[in-house]
Design a protein around this ligand. Sequence first.
Ligand SMILES: O=C(O)C(=O)C[C@]1(C(=O)O)C=C[C@@H](O)C=C1
Length: 354
Amino acid sequence: MKDLEDWRREIDRVDGEIAKLFEERMHIVEGIARYKQANGMQVLDSAREDAVISKNLGRIEDQGLKEYYRQFLVEMMNISKEYQKAILNIGEDVAYQGVRGAFSYIAMKRLFKDSPGKPYATFEEVFSAVSSGEARYGVVPVENSYTGEIGEVFDLLKRYDCRIVKTYNLKIDQNLIGVKGSRIEDIREVYSHPQGFLQSEKFLKGRGWKQVDYGNTAASAKYISEVGDVNKGAIGSVETARLYDLEVLAENINTTDNNYTKFIVISREELRPGSVFSLLITTEHRMGELARIIKSIERYGYNMLNIKSRPIKDIPWEYYFYIELEGDVVKAGDLLRELEENSKYLKVVGSYSR
Ligand SMILES: O=C(O)C(=O)C[C@]1(C(=O)O)C=C[C@@H](O)C=C1
């Protein structure tokens, strides 16, 4: 009977052949990546992947191995796509929610000057793109200084494998914009995002204009520029007006001049040292549990910059907390261990600098 060493010698021989074939395959893949780039084709070709799988499964004689081989092929092509994206620098893409010209786009451009950005329809799609590696970074708003937090983003931080690596405060100046040649007196209907209306509440009050919620400020601007109707206005930034060749009819119509939106940059990268870190935490639903957490933070000498509570969706009337602390996460091992012992769930969701 063969002993383990004999079997392992055989594995080594087969692995040696696989290594050569792997290199050969990846060199071919490199050629394909460059061909696709030159011809404006995207990396993923699902029909070709299906064909690769069915052709190769036909080559497997041992029925019991087919499902394993299918998994092997899928993984092999995932690696192939990852390699192609790395060669073509596609992973550098920055995902944002909305369309060109929206505030998220403006924040993204200020943070990543050279990136054209990749627009996604929803916040969840941005998180999904980042956690799957389709985009290297994502830019999403978390809070407006006037209208408050965007709760959904905190829920997504809990669900997806993404971390905050940077934050950015964008000053929001809302403006009434209209098509070329229109005047304030012509306006009958205004298009915007609900936040745009809320932030311009005082300016809009008593004017009797119909307010139409149109998804986001940039889509609203795009729409009025397409219909070209002097009676239709939109609320948005000066940049958005410029992008869609519109005129600013009234500047700075936001109710407060101190209107900022805080954006976060999310990534799958490992936590880096920083001057602020943030946690999501849930405790037992008992008296004094949250106080215990806060006392630990105080005992270790961390300044708490922010604490928010959000409902745990599948357990009515129970909450998780988002906590932001001043300090370097890399040096916070002892605190984190103590918090973990005293909580039901703990996730470090960000480390960044102010
Ligand atoms: O054939 C292609 O188009 C490739 O890019 C190669 C490959 C593969 O590794 O086999 C990788 C990605 C595509 O989705 C399909 C197949």
